[in-house]
Ligand binder design. Structure first.
Ligand code: AMP
Length: 560
């Protein structure tokens, strides 16, 4: 275990959970986790006031998993969530955190999917049920004993559940569980109706809230960009083209993300480095020195590693991953605007994190306006502007100093001054594309970027005709000829990037680069196109392959 998971270790979590956290790369608990984990471990009922983005899922999942007995094959924990999307997200989080707990099973129970397999998983002894209330009540109607062994209950986003009209369903569910259970309620707001539920169904709950002190941020121009999680790297690359920055610090949540983003930036020619808790202190200091003196322009850091950075050159802060709370946001963006200079802070917001953005605006008392992802034309204009700015000062006396040389070269080569100037431009731009079509080809974005909300609030059962992958509804791209699509349960949330999958399959599968088709990384899984020919042999070769420390388990993916 690295010293950075020490923050989690001190909270009293089970060793298996701690090693899963090391694998996902969390460095320290978020404020809500610091407060909620000891309370839930102690067995006390709790009300937590927190919204998405604060790390609330782990705040209840980690202590509950620590207390569950995987040897007992019966439902022990019930998590209720308002929507199918949230239920699936929470179920995936439980799966991630229980990777080192053999025998632990999680079942997601939601409308729009057949009831049979869900009931079977419950009867086979899944210890964790993550459910939407409507569908769970349908199960209770068939078998009233389904919840009779529940010891831990979590109501997640309780205010949303009530808004969607689940009040009556909740009452039925409460009645079906043992009274001796521990109950935890999470809600962003605590209207009267929620307090009434707490009064009736929780026993002497401890109330936890992350104090949001008003913070002032001055001289920093703030903006946000709506984007899906899997398009963040591309978005950062585009933003960097149009933002005029001197030095920049980009904040992400995990160690792996610091490495991935820094590598993507370096590959594009930026002087970038990662800064995370695994990097030795003296090396961290060297990185900061390099940022100060211009040997580096971009540092990609976790909050832990960025503590105390004071570099006046920093003109920009990119919050690539959302901070856990407004205080941390203010702290992060305070890295720019140093020494009385102006700074600019950009926040990437995924559709589910809108609410956190509102909280930040409320606490700072400032509107964080929206910017759109720069389009190809804007990227091109920015490139040409940089080139113009670089060349304009040279034009002044160049004709005097280099005019004769120009005459000689055009004569020797036998070309026009225009042709020679064009050749020199090609050289100074290192072949970088400077026409619209090439820029767009170079920086493709999956259609739909820019944050149309993928999540829709809906009542159970309305989506029975849903055909796409239940975990993520975006349909996979059409398959190339002679290729088969394969799936792994590793995705962006496991810190996986396309290059990790590519490297592993190339090395261990002994394939040529061209044999591997499109790789699509989604939040909780990834798809890879492989040659249909010889696929079974290849999959068995890759049977024990691990990527980022986790089993790859690549399987043929059927689309229906
Ligand atoms: P939530 O507020 O539960 O929706 O969590 C928001 C995101 O934060 C999820 O992607 C989690 O994987 C991530 N996360 C939660 N806790 C931590 C932590 N202590 N360190 C790093 N990332 C975390």
């Amino acid at each position: 275990m690295t010293q950075e998971t020490g923050g989690f270790a001190a909270l009293g979590l089970h060793a298996n959970i701690l090693s899963a956290l090391t694998a996902v790369g969390y460095e320290e608990p978020s404020p809500i986790q610091y407060q909620a984990i000891p309370v839930i471990l102690s067995g006390q009922d709790m009300i937590g006031q927190a919204q998405t983005g604060t790390g609330k899922t782990a705040a209840f999942a980690l202590p509950i998993l620590s207390k569950i007995d995987p040897a007992k094959r019966e439902p022990q924990a019930l998590i209720l969530a308002p929507t199918r999307e949230l239920a699936l997200q929470v179920a995936t989080a439980f799966e991630t955190y229980s990777k080192q707990m053999p025998g632990l099973n999680v079942v997601a129970v939601y409308g729009g999917a057949p009831m049979g397999p869900q009931l079977k998983a419950i009867r086979q002894g899944a210890q964790v049920i993550v459910a939407t209330p409507g569908r769970l009540v349908d199960h209770l109607r068939r078998d009233e004993k389904v919840l009779s062994t529940i010891q831990y209950l979590v109501l997640d986003e309780a205010d949303e559940m009530l808004k969607l009209g689940f009040m009556d369903d909740l009452e039925v569910i409460f009645e079906a569980m043992p009274k001796s259970r521990q109950s935890v309620l999470f809600s962003a707001t605590l209207p009267h109706s929620i307090r009434a539920i707490a009064e009736k169904h929780l026993r002497d709950p401890q109330h936890i809230k992350i104090a949001a002190k008003t913070q002032t941020v001055s001289r920093i121009e703030q903006a946000h960009l709506m984007i899906h999680a899997d398009q963040k790297t591309n978005a950062v690359l585009r933003l960097l083209e149009v933002e005029e920055f001197d030095a920049l610090i980009a904040f992400v949540r995990t160690k792996q993300a610091t490495l991935d983003l820094a590598a993507a930036l370096e590959a594009k020619g930026y002087k970038a480095a990662a800064l995370n808790g695994d990097i030795a202190q003296n090396q961290r200091e060297r990185v900061i020195e390099s940022l100060k003196d211009g040997r580096l322009d971009i540092v990609v850091a976790t909050d832990v590693a960025a503590r105390g950075i004071d570099v006046p050159r920093i003109t920009h802060v990119f919050n690539v991953d959302m901070p856990y709370d407004p205080e941390s946001y203010v702290h992060r963006i305070g890295r720019t605007g140093r020494a009385g200079r102006d700074g600019r802070a950009l926040l990437l917001v995924t559709p589910r994190e809108r609410r956190m953005l509102q909280v930040i605006e409320r606490v700072t008392g400032q509107k964080v306006g929206e910017v759109k992802l720069p389009n190809g034309q804007q990227v091109l204009d920015a490139r040409i502007k940089k080139l113009t700015n670089g060349l304009a000062p040279l034009v002044g006396d160049a004709e005097v100093s280099h005019g004769e040389l120009l005459d000689r070269l055009t004569a020797d080569i036998g070309c026009s001054p225009r042709a020679l100037a064009a050749a020199l431009l090609k050289k100074v731009t290192n072949g970088q594309p400077l026409d619209l079509a090439s820029v767009e080809r170079e920086q493709p974005l999956v259609p739909g970027a820019g944050g149309a909300p993928r999540e829709r609030r809906e009542r159970d059962g309305e989506r029975s005709s849903e055909r796409s992958d239940p975990r993520e509804r975006r349909a996979p791209m059409p398959l190339g000829e002679g290729r088969a699509r394969c799936r792994t349960a590793l995705g962006a949330r496991d810190g996986i990037a396309a290059k990790n999958l590519l490297g592993a399959i190339l090395n261990e599968g002994g394939l040529a680069r061209e044999a591997i088709g499109r790789i699509q990384i989604r939040e909780s899984f990834s798809l890879v196109e492989l040659p249909e020919d010889g696929l079974d042999g290849l999959l068995s070769k890759l049977k024990d392959t691990r990527v980022a420390g986790k089993p790859l388990k690549l399987r043929r993916y059927r689309e229906d």
